[in-house]
Write a protein that binds this ligand. Structure first.
Ligand SMILES: [Zn+2]
Length: 290
């Protein structure tokens, strides 16, 4: 885990910015952990850690992070089950063509895409992690910051899985997706924490997904759809994976949140800790209009 926030990174805190969705400066405090405060836009409801780390700070934060993540065996197994769930969901909409995974890590998700049906391409900021995609799965990966990379061809499917919330400027990422998608191509955004979820409302700084160094932006499907409309894309379907995932334990999770709500009402926030919960994580697909 990267958080809570080490004090050594505090000097990399950037400037307060207007809302990334509607550009409003009418922001209110949503929650705070150490020196990292999330603010909610009073106009559109978008929640972002603001200010957050600069790109220089983010590079420092992620030094050695990606490879260490792949070495966590138990987490890797659970992630594999989640990958399969996502793969089964997205391939209901499209089942062959050119696929691009933005922030592809070691190619684990792309490895589900059969190379006989799919021409696979990854993008990854970390070159050591990208090497795994090449050596283990024979997946070509471009190294760098996605909005600045040029591509020879356009894609039928772009995947952003557990990644959009990490970008300092996710709007430039969405714009780039629109540029490199074919007409009628699909954009699949998944495994990203939901800003207006019940559990975030209850837990705030104690929410399992509130890791404010790395998770900067907390979208909703509606807010993403609003942005993507500007880039000529329309929402096709959405889904909130929970009970089918390896992280859920509905009986335990529901009892836990009930007890924690009581503790919060008694002023005992120090005793609460969040678990996975229904509606906390989103999966959705948009299509570029022809
Ligand atoms: Zn806003």
């Amino acid at each position: 885990m990267l958080d809570p926030a080490p004090i050594t990174l505090k000097k990399y805190l950037g400037e307060l910015k207007p809302c990334i969705i509607c550009n409003s400066e009418n922001l209110e405090s949503w929650t705070k952990l150490d020196y990292l405060e999330a603010k909610k836009c009073r106009e559109c409801g978008m929640i972002s850690v603001n200010p957050h780390l600069t790109n220089e700070g983010l590079s420092k934060l992620y030094e050695g992070y990606f490879l260490s993540r792949l070495e966590q065996k138990e987490m890797s197994e659970k992630r594999k089950i989640s990958h399969k769930l996502d793969f089964d969901w997205i391939t209901k909409f499209i089942n062959h063509g050119k696929v691009l995974d933005v922030g592809c890590s070691g190619g684990q998700f792309l490895s589900f895409f059969d190379p006989k049906k799919w021409e696979r391409q990854g993008v990854e900021i970390d070159k050591d992690t990208a090497l795994i995609a090449k050596t283990e799965y024979n997946i070509p990966v471009k190294i760098g910051y996605f909005p600045e990379i040029s591509f020879e061809d356009k894609f039928d499917l772009i995947i952003i899985r557990g990644v959009i919330e990490h970008f300092s400027d996710p709007i430039s990422v969405l714009k780039k997706c629109a540029e490199v998608l074919k007409p009628n191509g699909y954009l699949f955004i998944s495994a990203t924490p939901v800003g207006n979820s019940f559990a975030f409302h209850v837990y705030r700084e104690k929410w399992v997904h509130y890791t404010p160094l790395s998770h900067i932006h907390f979208f909703t499907v509606d807010l993403l759809t609003r942005m993507l409309k500007n880039f000529n894309m329309s929402l096709i379907d959405q889904h909130y994976p929970y009970e089918e995932t390896p992280y859920a334990n509905p009986e335990k999770d529901f009892t836990k949140i009930e007890n924690d709500i009581i503790l919060i009402s008694q002023g005992k926030r120090d005793q609460i800790s969040s678990t996975p919960f229904l509606g906390s994580v989103m999966t959705a697909v948009w299509q570029k209009n022809s």
